[in-house]
Ligand binder design. Structure first.
Ligand SMILES: *[C@@H]1O[C@H](CO)[C@@H](O)[C@H](O)[C@H]1NC(C)=O
Ligand SMILES: *[C@@H]1O[C@H](CO)[C@@H](O)[C@H](O)[C@H]1NC(C)=O
Ligand SMILES: *[C@@H]1O[C@H](CO)[C@@H](O)[C@H](O)[C@H]1NC(C)=O
Ligand SMILES: *[C@@H]1O[C@H](CO)[C@@H](O)[C@H](O)[C@H]1NC(C)=O
Ligand SMILES: *[C@@H]1O[C@H](CO)[C@@H](O)[C@H](O)[C@H]1NC(C)=O
Length: 493
């Protein structure tokens, strides 16, 4: 195993295109890029485009678009070596490629080729070019079913055109929404992938499947365990914001204390400010990694512990003192590198994720109920209100969500008839609330990583990794080997 030795950081970036004479099966690759990582692992891939149907499920719209995928075959053992296929999620695929060190670290021992496929409507895979987000007519083909069909068609094509790939077993890998896709990919296309690793994949965060409050409960637990009175003081801060923002002088004080780019002027602004803070705490819970990392944002090791140092007040603290602490805490997230000149409450840093596209998906198929009660969590009480959500979607996109569709099309909690899927979840990750956290059958396996945040197992190994994530990765590789062996057996019998 490689992953317990190497603290990996991209230290060298060679970002040049070089014109090799491309082998004929790569003729649809328009670019060839090389990236150096460090002395241990060479990190290079070709970046390709593939022409694919805009609509897989109807025959009227016969247009195609260019879908991007990245491919790394340095360690691939042909013929027949396995393919690890990343089912891209809501963002630029090179970002997921960068952040999925696990695949890069196991390629050699498995003799595997790596493919990272970009999800339609994100990054450079835009069905209607710059018009892709113009109105619901153009957005109509942004669904998880279309994305899975893209992946299936791409793999079929790679298998028939890449010499030596015809009998290669393919394993789907993904994290977060990409993990949901990898699980669903195995469910819907068992003819194409022999198994799937679905890391931090909340496939049950849909209406009626899990309690809507669990997500924020986990966020709260993360803060509660990370410092004295941390959750209690955040719970109290909402009222303190309300108190202080009730006067013009208070609003101005908050604007200065938080170094806001745009002054808070009224109650409405204060409301938006609270939402922004809430989102900040949620993001921190997702990326509470045991080492310094730059996933959504550059952050220190165990960032919530750092945040909580500023919130360790006794109950006698004044509103102003409390909010000063909250401001220092928020700046851990927004100003760790010391390079931010002001905090912008109309954006929460979320890396290269495609916010608008995901919002559209949430407004159509990916309806994920969330709620808070202020008692079991540290947030202001807010019920899940489907009607209000639906109305908001209708205003923004001119479409309404279908609350039950995801459960119908992907089986909800009734998935025992499927096989060869690993669901890994971090105990610190709020998304584990909607994840599969128990073993369903011998081949629908749940791996828990108690000290792990959002898909920690898919990241590069690190000296500070807790033993639970090392064990999880080892077990994942063990399952991969079994699936590959099964596939070889059935293809030769
Ligand atoms: C991927 O990593 C390289 C090297 O650090 C960086 O230059 C590039 O911007 C990253 N891509 C994305 C989308 O973050
Ligand atoms: C907010 O104002 C009320 C009324 O003055 C006060 O009782 C309370 O302690 C203040 N702060 C918080 C955090 O509730
Ligand atoms: C961010 O940190 C730098 C360095 O400490 C500081 O000069 C700057 O004012 C900070 N920015 C904000 C918005 O607080
Ligand atoms: C704040 O973020 C919004 C949304 O990204 C952007 O349009 C705006 O220009 C930003 N404001 C400042 C002052 O940076
Ligand atoms: C599921 O089964 C595997 C293999 O026996 C085991 O390692 C794992 O801990 C189990 N998962 C849970 C959540 O109990």
């Amino acid at each position: 195993m490689l992953y317990h030795i190497i603290p990996l950081k991209i230290i060298l970036l060679l970002n040049f295109s070089f014109k090799l004479s491309l082998p004929s099966h790569l003729k649809h690759c328009q670019e060839l890029r090389s990236r150096g990582l460090n002395e241990h692992i060479e990190f290079y891939f070709v970046s390709c485009f593939y022409l694919i149907q805009i609509d897989h499920f109807g025959f009227l719209e016969d247009g195609t678009f260019k879908q991007r995928y990245l491919m790394a075959d340095k360690h691939w053992k042909q013929p027949g070596g396995p393919v690890l296929f990343y089912t891209g999620n809501e963002g630029d695929i090179t970002w997921f490629c960068n952040n999925t060190g696990f695949m890069w670290e196991i390629a050699e021992e498995l003799g595997a080729m790596l493919v990272f496929a970009e999800h339609r409507y994100y990054g450079e895979s835009l069905p209607f070019g710059p018009d892709s987000y113009r109105g619901s007519k153009h957005l109509n083909y942004l669904t998880s079913e279309q994305a899975l069909a893209d992946f299936a068609v791409l793999i079929q094509d790679l298998k028939s055109t890449l010499p030596g790939a015809q009998h290669s077993p393919v394993i789907a890998v993904g994290g977060s929404y990409g993990g949901m896709l990898s699980a669903w990919f195995r469910m819907k296309y068992p003819n194409i992938v022999v198994g799937a690793l679905a890391s931090s994949a909340p496939i049950w965060q849909f209406p009626g499947m899990v309690p809507c409050g669990d997500f924020y409960k986990i966020v709260t637990q993360d803060f509660a365990r990370s410092g004295y009175n941390c959750d209690a003081n955040i719970r109290k801060s909402w009222k303190a914001i309300e108190n202080v923002s009730s006067t013009a002088a208070g609003l101005q004080w908050m604007t200065e204390e938080f170094s806001l780019c745009t002054p808070l002027k009224n109650k409405n602004d204060a409301f938006g400010f609270k939402n922004w803070l809430q989102e900040t705490w949620v993001n921190l819970a997702m990326v509470d990694y045991p080492y310094e990392a730059n996933f959504l944002q550059p952050l220190p090791r165990w960032p919530i512990q750092v945040v909580c140092k500023y919130l360790a007040f006794d109950s006698t603290v004044s509103d102003y003192q409390l909010l000063r602490g909250v401001s220092q805490a928020a700046k851990v997230y927004y100003n760790y590198t010391g390079s931010s000149s002001c905090l912008n409450t109309s954006q929460t840093a979320t890396g290269s994720l495609g916010f608008l596209g995901w919002y559209y998906q949430a407004c159509t198929e990916m309806v994920m109920p969330m709620c808070t009660d202020g008692v079991h969590d540290m947030f202001e009480p807010e019920e899940w209100n489907f009607q209000a959500f639906s109305d908001e979607c209708n205003i923004i996109f001119g479409v309404r969500p279908r609350a039950d569709w995801a459960g119908t099309v992907y089986g909800g909690k009734d998935i025992t008839s499927h096989s060869n899927i690993i669901f890994s979840n971090g105990g610190l990750d709020p998304w584990s609330a909607g994840g599969v956290t128990y073993n369903i059958t011998d081949s629908l396996v749940s791996i828990m990583i108690p000290d792990g945040a959002h898909h920690l197992d898919l990241r590069y190994s690190n000296d500070h990794d807790p033993p639970s994530v090392r064990a999880a990765r080892a077990l994942e590789v063990k399952y991969f080997r079994e699936w590959i062996k099964q596939a070889k057996k059935s293809s030769t019998s």
